[in-house]
Design a protein around this ligand. Structure first.
Ligand SMILES: Cc1cc2nc3c(=O)[nH]c(=O)nc-3n(C[C@H](O)[C@H](O)[C@H](O)COP(=O)(O)OP(=O)(O)OC[C@H]3O[C@@H](n4cnc5c(N)ncnc54)[C@H](O)[C@@H]3O)c2cc1C
Length: 501
């Protein structure tokens, strides 16, 4: 199999070193897209293995001390390891899982593996610690490193410059879509002619048995004491279950009900973001499943309605709920990925906001705040506002927060802190330490949306917010029936003590 010309735009050589002529295997270093199906980097690794006749080794590792590391995130990731271990066995892929503990430390493992690898191929994720990891490994390795962009439906490079608003990138996505859809990643890897590597990894591999996860978690001295949320399970198997439940039971309500804050089992949204963030599911497969919902024939790009190009409605599908869902998972997701792709870095802060917002915020920076809370007060859910406290509790206890509540939550922290910079840092920290889907370009585009990014000026100009969109708990209470949501949050309260001690 040779990857298509279209997908060549996903491939980026991250150093100019040679391939290792004495290499014994192709190393796929799985960092962001933690799955063995629908995976562009894996497809490319298999192509190189086929071309060279060398075996393929998939390495997935987790260190102890990444930013915001906690038992919550670690467990979710290790459950994904177990699924990958089982799939690798079925498919016949050599899979090397590494979990760092105080007694089994990562002493330059990638460098050691790179010395025997013909090439390292990895995921090109534009946010969090990944760009830095790739750069360091590319510098240190004596051989070629290649990063593969499997982030979005289309190669990000094809989207052009940073988009200022959703309508701008929507048109570009619609233009790319037919080719991107045809060139989706493969549902199952085809390994027919690839030999198996007989050597051993340069470390003690993790057993990948579910029952060993608590034992290994106990060994790790996490600085953040955040326990896993009840009933939240990581891994591809669980992600597929949630996708199926969404399509069968929620999708048809999506366009009407998605903004309505309600308990996760009742709300119309998918709850897929953690599974997308950790790469357990691919955008390609989710989009395909949704497009094929309730059709008599297999969906194909000739069903696209190009008279609606650039519009939210009717472009992809006759059903409004399909278009509505795709607009979130494509337009709103990809706008953040494009922003990071153009300037990959650990994070983004409010200095990235457009000039009109920066000028506006400067003008209002000294405005009197109606309430000022410290980070500790916010963290204890101790504000005067019951709805805000509930949203924060949801995040802390369950590791998720409904999208509408997330917007209100962010806007209120801006209103109740003494500076915009402080508000940003509080939101970043809470979002990234508690949320399963944090540490993602969407984390930053979501938080920065509260500061006006990708939004338009709103009138009249107000204190503190200037021309930024304003949101209030009172209007949220009027707009939605919140009783069920509030009861759900109260029902979680008992868990708070056990989760944080
Ligand atoms: C302050 C704030 C912080 C946020 N932090 C994150 C975060 O850390 N990680 C994260 O993935 N999203 C974040 N979002 C965006 C959005 O809230 C979540 O993607 C969504 O709530 C996830 O729930 P779901 O999977 O049920 O979404 P669904 O409505 O079912 O949507 C399906 C998928 O589309 C994408 N999507 C949906 N809405 C948005 C959006 N507004 N922006 C970008 N992508 C979207 C996500 O990948 C999501 O999983 C944030 C939004 C705000 C306002």
């Amino acid at each position: 199999m040779i990857i298509s010309d279209y997908n060549q735009s996903r491939i980026r050589e991250t150093n100019s070193k040679d391939f290792n002529k004495n290499g014994k295997y192709i190393l796929y270093w799985m960092q962001s897209y933690r799955r063995l199906n629908f995976n562009h980097a894996l497809d490319y690794s298999i192509q190189i293995a086929n071309q060279t006749g060398l075996p393929l080794v998939v390495y997935e590792g987790i260190r102890m001390n990444y930013p915001w590391a906690s038992e919550r995130l670690h467990k979710f990731i290790l459950e994904g390891f177990c699924d990958n271990f089982n799939s690798a066995k079925k498919i016949g892929i050599t899979y090397w899982p590494f979990v760092e503990t105080p007694e089994n430390q990562d002493k330059d493992l990638l460098f050691k593996m790179s010395e025997s690898a013909y090439v390292i191929i990895t995921d090109d994720f534009p946010c969090f610690i990944i760009p830095n990891h790739i750069q360091k490994v590319s510098e240190k390795s004596n051989y070629k490193v290649i990063a593969v962009d499997g982030n979005c439906i289309a190669p990000i490079i094809n989207y052009g410059e940073v988009a200022s608003a959703a309508r701008v990138i929507r048109t570009r996505i619609h233009t790319q879509f037919p080719e991107a859809y045809i060139n989706r990643s493969l549902a199952s890897p085809k390994l027919k002619n690839i030999p198996t590597y007989k050597g051993k990894p340069p470390f003690e591999p993790f057993s990948c048995q579910i029952e060993d996860i608590p034992k290994i978690l106990k060994k790790i001295p996490f600085k953040l004491k955040i326990k896993p949320a009840n009933d939240v399970i990581g891994g591809r198997k669980e992600g597929l279950k949630i996708l199926k439940n969404f399509i069968n039971n929620k999708l048809t309500r999506y366009s009407v009900d998605r903004s309505n804050p309600s308990p996760p089992d009742k709300c119309a949204t998918s709850s897929l973001s953690p599974y997308i963030h950790f790469g357990y599911l691919s955008i390609d497969e989710i989009v395909e499943e949704v497009l094929n919902f309730n059709l008599n024939q297999k969906w194909a790009p000739d069903l696209l309605n190009f008279t609606q190009k650039g519009k939210r409605e009717l472009f992809f599908h006759k059903d409004d709920f399909v278009n509505s869902f795709l607009d979130e998972i494509l337009t709103w997701r990809d706008i953040g990925f494009l922003l990071f792709h153009k300037n990959p870095s650990f994070n983004k802060d409010i200095s990235i906001l457009p000039e009109w917002i920066k000028t506006n915020l400067k003008k209002h920076s000294k405005d009197k705040r109606p309430f000022i809370y410290t980070k500790e007060q916010f963290d204890k859910c101790d504000t005067h506002d019951k709805l805000w406290n509930s949203a924060q509790k949801e995040l802390m206890i369950t590791g998720r927060m409904h999208n509408y509540m997330r917007m209100l939550w962010g806007k209120k922290v801006i209103e109740w802190t003494s500076s915009y910079e402080e508000a940003f840092l509080i939101l970043e920290d809470f979002n990234n330490k508690y949320a399963y889907d944090g540490r993602n370009p969407n984390s930053y585009s979501g938080i920065l949306w509260c500061f006006g990014l990708f939004d338009r000026p709103w009138f009249p100009e107000r204190p503190i917010f200037g021309n930024l969109r304003f949101m209030s708990s009172d209007s949220t209470m009027k707009k939605f029936k919140m009783t069920e949501y509030l009861q759900y949050i109260s029902s979680l309260e008992g868990n708070k003590e056990t989760l944080f001690g």
